[in-house]
Design a protein around this ligand. Sequence first.
Ligand code: SF4
Ligand code: SF4
Length: 470
Amino acid sequence: MISAKEHEQVIDQTFRDSVATINQKGKRNFLFPKKPKGALYNKRTLASVIYLLVFFTLPWIKVNGEPFIMLNVLKRKFILFGQIFGPQDFFIFALGMITFIVFIILFTVVFGRVFCGWACPQTIFMEMVFRKIEYWMDGDFHKQQQLNAMPWNAFKIRKRLSKIIVFWLISFVIANYFMAYLISMDEVLRYVDDGISAHAGTFSALLIFTSVFFFVYYWFREQVCIVVCPYGRLQGVLLDKNSIVVAYDYVRGEPRGKVKSNDPETKGDCIDCKACVRVCPTGIDIRNGTQLECINCTACIDACDEIMDSLDRPRNLIRYASENNIAKKEKLKITTRIKAYTAVLLLIVSALVAMLATRDSVDITILRTQGMIYQQLPGGYTGNLYSARMFNKTHRDILVDLSIPAEEGSIEIIGKQPLIEKENYAVITFLVKRKNENITQRKSNLTIEIRAEGKKIATQKTTFIGPIHS
Ligand code: SF4
Ligand code: SF4
């Protein structure tokens, strides 16, 4: 039996001096991981199929003729689950983002990087789409290594060219769907109908997206997780000894080494076959402990289980486990940190739900017209001129009506009764008239009720100013 401290002393610490994907000369060390196989890989494949089905289906779904999901950053129009959100919903967005971040933190504290292995789009597309195609086209790791090492000839050119074309075409499809999430599938199809020359700018953006995806999946690959992704870099501060990660059971595995018939008892269960290292898409050795590069893809678990099966030893030498589970055989503990994060998360989610539930269908900002104070009107009245900027968040046109309690005065809309087109803005100018004898303060509060189709849809508070006559 070996402790965590002893394990650290036993393992060769030189792995800390280098990055698996950078060679001695400082150049990129391109990885050729062995094709994974096993129970977890099959489960991840199934999860990825469902994930990809959802990804490629969502842009085709419509609610009331509008996309189910659309994130049009340029037009500042967002549709989530059929609900329209605009710049006025900034607070809901901000709270939604905070909820998402707290959820990620809480989830990471408990389950480590499970998200990376099972739900991150980068891992899904890299490992479950492009890598699978690569194995299909170029064969398993040793064939890929041979191809890479061989001098350029007709065979290698044909292989490389066909892979570039296939990767580029898939990147082009993904870029189109990415575009559909931004501007809606209807718009993408309309652009296709109109032709490239009619939308040269959008087509250039599409080619840029395609090139970025191609670059990432053809060449950059695991570097996204190691160098670019901020989530990976946060692991050091989020994980603790209770977090569940893909971990090597050093208590059971060490001292590692080949089994010799004369001393089977002196060795641990790890036979140092390096099968777990060969399958790793980020090139690390999980036996060195949790590392920033580990995306929890579970390939090493499957690889080691296969070795254990062949040796007739129990599986799970590498498994989902916490440091405390391995060192002290402890089960998952609900720590104070987890409780505190959960409380904060519940609080934010409640606020978010309340904001969504009380959200008006029309967003209104009422301001007294700039540069004007008040007007003395014939018949003993004082008037204040206002303008209301309204945004219709629904999928239908709305005819609005403004009113104030009769004892407070009346409203005269300048022009015809305002119609706000669906998902659009309208600016309405109106005059509030008050009898002079009713004005008792220079500045008084005024509540304006906004109605549509006979129903109250919102109320807005503003102020009325006028001379005191009494
Ligand atoms: S696959 Fe298992 S037995 Fe082989 S080196 Fe890795 S941990 Fe040890
Ligand atoms: S160490 Fe294991 S789980 Fe982590 S990236 Fe490598 S193969 Fe995947």
